[in-house]
Design a protein around this ligand. Sequence first.
Ligand code: FES
Length: 157
Amino acid sequence: MAATSSLFSLSFAPSRRRSIPLSRSANPSSAPSDLSSKPQLIELEFLGPKAGGDGSSPVDRVTAISGEKLLRNIMLENKIELYAAYGKVMNCGGRGSCGTCIVEIIDGKELLNERTNTELRYLKKKPESWRLACQTIVGNKENSGKVVVQRMPQWKK
Ligand code: FES
């Protein structure tokens, strides 16, 4: 009878693990929010590559969803010239192995990811403001603001 009584006590013993139903207010991540459903936006301004006769640079403007794309992809999708002559035909397609997709971040670098190891290798002796567009993530999904990009800084005079 000892076995029966232990079975009985096991099956009817109060459980120590209780499931507590979560209400919407107890779980803020499931609460509906206008902020979480709206994507944050990054405004991009692309200068150059060279200033015109009057000293002003041509400017292209694009808006991107924060944290969604690489700078290289944004530029190519919007037909903004990224590569100089050699890079046009010899680029690695964004795999980080050619070092030809160089841009300079004039303003808004805090809205981008940190330099990757690939960039640290290719841009070791270059100004800190230079980035490889194929390694640069625009935004982090939560931030928003404006980034100013100089195209082909190596040819800027
Ligand atoms: S496209 Fe080759 S390193 Fe960026």
